[in-house]
Write a protein that binds this ligand. Structure first.
Ligand code: GYE
Length: 312
């Protein structure tokens, strides 16, 4: 009996890998913003603190490369995949392959669009729709008591086929819909990148598309900074109500100088949630279907001294 127990004990022990023998495949979307770099460091730091072996791949905003990166993790037979997806569609085939290989997947930050909840353990990230709603609420509150027949919004959208772009748009439009005067009359895509947004916004200025615009609503700070550079280079006065999302330090500094009006936070520091969820998985503890990162909002109504340091 003792002999059998010993063998059983050994097989159980080898079956329960120690942290340092667990390999995590971490697939990152890109390095397009200070926000992304902070999110990236947060996840890598917290996984390393748990003594996991981390196999890191950055697809540098190339969706096809990101699929290849996940294929590599499956080929290496990692123990778990942490996926920060660029795009929200097209993930089912490769996640089905991960499932067949018995490799669990945790989706972080942006979400994926699928009914197949069996293809991943959980999603950890912000509510992008709530962020769009907060941006919209600032706009409707700002114009609530202003005698103005129409309030025209210029929207600078993030990359198409991504959940933050879709949901930040939906949250904003649903909220401003309460005031029939507010309409998005111009919309461009800056792919969440400062230089791209500057180029496309400059073109819009040249084409006279800022005529009768009251509000600039931008899906992330990098694109807002690009648009502000374009205004400056075209010597266009910044007389707009400007609302931005992420709350990078550079944007909060402009809020304090009253060059923008509202900055909705998108908290990048999700590493502890990710590492804790990984730990709970290997401890066979229950994991909720969705784990939300908490965000807040800053505006020119704030006492700026209460805004915490940004660190990104
Ligand atoms: O707002 C932006 C980054 O996926 C929420 O992606 C993230 C967004 C973030 O490019 O800065």
């Amino acid at each position: 009996m003792i002999f059998c127990f010993f063998i059983t004990g050994c097989s159980n022990k080898s079956a329960e890998k120690k942290e340092k023998e667990i390999t995590i495949g971490f697939s990152q979307a890109g390095t397009e913003s200070s926000w992304r770099k902070a999110q990236n460091k947060s996840i890598n730091d917290e996984l390393n603190k748990q003594n996991y072996q981390v196999m890191y791949r950055n697809s540098f905003s190339d969706p096809k490369q990101q699929i290849q990166d996940v294929m590599t993790f499956i080929a290496y037979q990692v123990d778990l995949i942490v996926l920060s997806p660029i795009e929200e569609n097209g993930w089912e085939p490769i996640l089905e392959e991960a499932k067949q290989a018995k490799i669990p997947v945790i989706i972080v930050d942006r979400n994926i669009t699928t009914d197949r909840k069996d293809l991943y353990l959980t999603h950890i990230g912000s509510s992008f729709k709530a962020q769009g709603g907060r941006a919209g609420l600032y706009v409707t509150n700002h114009f609530q008591r202003k005698e103005q027949d129409s309030i025209n919004v210029f929207e600078i959208k993030g990359s198409e086929n991504t959940s933050p772009t879709r949901l930040r748009h939906d949250g904003f439009t649903e909220t401003v819909g309460r005031d029939p005067r507010v309409k998005i009359t111009q919309s461009i895509t800056g792919d969440f990148i400062r230089l791209k947004a500057k180029e496309v916004f400059s073109q819009a200025i040249d084409e006279g598309k800022l005529e009768s615009i009251d509000v600039i609503y931008s899906h992330n700070d990098e694109m807002t900074l690009g648009a502000l550079e374009a205004l400056k280079e075209h010597q266009v006065e910044n007389k707009y109500v400007i609302v931005s999302i992420d709350a990078q330090k550079e944007m909060i500094d402009l809020l304090k100088k009253r060059q923008v009006n509202c900055v909705v936070e998108c908290n990048p520091f999700m590493g502890n949630l990710v590492a804790n969820t990984v730990k709970r998985y290997f401890e066979k503890a229950t994991i909720p279907e969705d784990i939300y990162v908490s965000d807040t909002v800053f505006s020119d109504h704030n006492d700026f001294s209460t805004i915490p340091p940004r660190n990104y």
